[in-house]
Design a protein around this ligand. Sequence first.
Ligand code: NAD
Length: 320
Amino acid sequence: MKIVITGGAGFIGSNLVHALTEQPQVARLRVVDNLSTGDKANLAGLDVEFLEGDVQDAVLLNRAFRGADAVVHLAALPSVPRSLRNPLASHHANATGTLQVLEAARRADGPHVIAASSSSVYGANLHLPKHEDLASAPMSPYAVTKLTTEAYLSAYHHSFDLPVLSFRFFNVYGPGQCADHAYAAVIPKWISAALTGRPVTIHGDGTQTRDFTYVGTVCEVLTDAVLRRVVEPRPVNLAFGTRISLLDLIPEIETATGRVVRQEHVPARMGDVPHSQADSSRLRTLFPTVAPVALEEGVPATVDWLRASVISAVPSWGGA
Ligand code: NAD
């Protein structure tokens, strides 16, 4: 199989490239990435063709998709706060970028297209657990771009018979996720704070809950979806219904790092959803064999990776 991964130099994308290189059925991997948030170093040593550029570039996509059996479309500007600062940039990369990907797939004789949506589409809908037939109620421009992504996939399936699948990722975490930029996700940010003796910053009272999914589990589902060519025009939650408050996450991080974590509270963030928990029945019907990695296993694995990267980022005494 020949597979294209957009956003393959990013956190989830590079983990997926690693996972796919281990599959004997995969003959060729091609990454399209403009390196806006990703890093080519994430693909170091891997047998992958790298095309640097934007998913809004139709000519580049024509080249990238030639002969492809499947496209996993992960390229996007992630993060709710980023989209609040610059809604148009998020729209261009995420919504227009997806439309360009679908148009290129159509021109390339219809490879299987799998795309990343997000649990943020549930937004202000307070019903728990979140099942895919709930009304969506986006609370941020980012959520709108993700709703647009999955709506376009569904429309291209119905209009042009394109084989599609969109996943609503919840909070994905694990090795490879950046800890120290303005839009870093909570688990790597807090582990990094614990390892370097800084307090963790809690937005609001910390009782907000999240359904965290280990990146290895996400990649296992994506790999299975590609290899079995799973097609579904309706969006599919990619999380397993485990729900933990941010306050309860702290002891997990303390255990895994062996450090006591200090807390500092700041006002709640605009656009943040209060609670998140997936109904995973559609996912389990389509992917019955996937067993998720539990937080008690995933957090220590993330600590090990971050410990190595924090240590390697600190200049050695008297070093060059
Ligand atoms: P990431 O920022 O690490 O990866 C995104 C990649 O896309 C980066 O390598 C970036 O350089 C690239 N990119 C951005 N805009 C591009 C463009 N216009 N053209 C080409 N490349 C571009 O983020 P991630 O966490 O790996 O997220 C992957 C996907 O999953 C995204 O679509 C994101 O919205 C979605 N998602 C992630 C989470 C999560 O918890 N990480 C949750 C929900 C949805």
